[in-house]
Design a protein around this ligand. Structure first.
Ligand SMILES: Nc1nc2c(ncn2[C@@H]2O[C@H](COP(=O)(O)OP(=O)(O)OP(=O)(O)O)[C@@H](O)[C@H]2O)c(=O)[nH]1
Ligand SMILES: C[S@@+](CC[C@H](N)C(=O)[O-])C[C@H]1O[C@@H](n2cnc3c(N)ncnc32)[C@H](O)[C@@H]1O
Ligand code: SF4
Ligand code: SF4
Length: 328
């Protein structure tokens, strides 16, 4: 069985949300007061989560598993979940997308458990700008977490940065210089309409082209081939060896090559980041479904995957779930 959709795309990359909770409050993601977190009884247990990952990998052809959230480091059992995933016979590639808080203390254990690499979100190296964007004074923790990840061999260490007009867009060249100095691979991401407050606007979004122009005043950027199904378009900076990535989710969508599927912390399959329907594997599992029955339900959920995110359609409706509860 494979996770094929009506447009011929096959999902082999599973993004698993370990929790919807977070210890930051990035303005493009969550309101200052946080959100109503999922009730504990609705959240998958470790055994349930491990079972669904195993079905994805062993029955449905998943080859890459990315742990995300919310903030995945808030799930205490993360090293054991990573180890269970990596111990599957096909040894799927494992990665984590995290804000890096506390990674200083866990990077070694995660590498030992079989985590291959990490992507860390960091929009600025200025403490005041960091606090303005995330509403928390924790820049030093992220910087320590990045260094610990690099030291533990969770490489390449990638950085995800969202540029906000008038807040950190002018810092883009400095962030790139800082990332290259530390051997981190920086990618700039276009802001998407996924925030819980529904505050996104096209005018406020710093586009991929604008980001390229901002960087182009300071660096010589040469496009690199071989993007495949990866969201980031890569550019060689000056004469290399460093690169910078631009993830133009809105203005340069990569949906035609999409190989992703998402499992939320409460056991719902979302066939797209912008899906308006979910498929409830937790209910099937708790009702006693077999592995094959669960796999069939999961495969069926792929059939309604839309060809693209449709942000430009006049009928576009933002998902009821915010990014933090989907598994961004
Ligand atoms: N439109 C869209 N954007 C995505 C998707 N997955 C990730 N992104 C965007 O890309 C950003 C970076 O995602 P990551 O979690 O670092 O994953 P990635 O870029 O696929 O990871 P790599 O394999 O390391 O390149 C996210 O913050 C999202 O904004 C997706 O399926 N669709
Ligand atoms: C939702 S977070 C979850 C993992 C972790 N908490 C983190 O921040 O890396 C995953 C990624 O989504 C990005 N993100 C959040 N809201 C976004 C938005 N509205 N548009 C684009 N990217 C967004 C973050 O910058 C981060 O890189
Ligand atoms: S982007 Fe990540 S770190 Fe920031 S609030 Fe959302 S989940 Fe938390
Ligand atoms: S928006 Fe949906 S279809 Fe497009 S790349 Fe993301 S998950 Fe895939």
């Amino acid at each position: 069985m494979e996770l094929i959709d009506r447009h011929g795309r096959v999902a082999t990359d599973l993004r698993v949300s370990l929790t919807d909770r977070c210890n930051l409050r990035c303005q493009y993601c969550m309101p200052a007061e946080g959100l109503d977190w999922l009730p504990t009884e609705d959240t998958l247990t470790d055994d349930e989560l491990n079972r669904l990952i195993r079905i994805g990998v062993e029955v449905l052809g998943i080859r890459d598993v990315r742990f995300t959230g919310g903030e995945p480091l808030l799930r205490r059992s993360l090293p054991s979940i990573v180890a269970t995933t990596k111990a599957l016979p096909s040894r799927p590639r494992t990665a984590m997308t995290s804000n890096g808080l506390g990674l200083k203390h866990t990077a070694g254990a995660l590498a030992a458990a079989g985590l291959d690499r990490v992507n860390i979100s960091l929009d600025t190296t200025d403490p005041a700008t960091f606090e303005r964007i995330t509403r928390r004074n924790r820049l030093h923790d992220v910087i320590d977490g990045l260094a610990a990840a690099h030291e533990a061999g969770l490489r390449p260490v990638k950085i995800n940065a969202v540029l906000l007009r008038g807040i950190n867009d002018h810092e883009a060249p400095d962030l790139l210089r800082w990332s290259m100095k530390h051997e981190y691979e920086l990618r700039f991401i276009e802001q998407m309409p996924l925030d819980a407050q529904h505050g996104w606007s096209r005018e406020a979004m710093v586009t991929a082209d604008e980001t390229l122009a901002l960087l182009g005043d300071h660096f010589r950027l040469t496009p690199l081939d071989g993007r495949g199904s990866a969201p980031a378009e890569k550019f060689l900076v000056d004469d290399g060896p460093h690169t910078v990535g631009i993830i133009g989710s809105v203005t340069k969508p990569f949906c035609g090559d999409c190989n992703r599927v998402r499992l939320t912390a409460d056991g719902q399959i979302m066939n797209c980041l912008f899906a308006r329907e979910e498929s409830d594997l937790r209910a099937s599992m708790r009702a006693g479904a077999s592995d094959v029955q669960i796999a069939e339900r999961w495969a069926a959920a792929m059939m309604t995957k839309l060809p693209g995110h449709g942000i430009d359609d006049p009928t576009f409706l933002q998902s009821d779930r915010p990014m933090s509860a989907i598994g961004g």
